[in-house]
Design a protein. Sequence first.
Length: 72
Amino acid sequence: MAKKKTKSLRCPSCKTIVLAKDPEFPFCSERCRTIDLGKWASGAYKVSTAISDPEVLESLIDENGEARNKPS
Ligand SMILES: [Zn+2]
């Protein structure tokens, strides 16, 4: 007995049921695929900014120290 199974998932962007045979699977449309990729890109950007923050702070402290050493 062969079971006929239709694979389907919910679109990550709009939660619409999408069948595995859909060309944009697991997204319901190209538009939702672009929206989801944009979310990931902005999330990754935030993370990398947080990681590089200490370096930025260090250079700011350097500049402040130099200014403080100036005789007034
Ligand atoms: Zn969608």
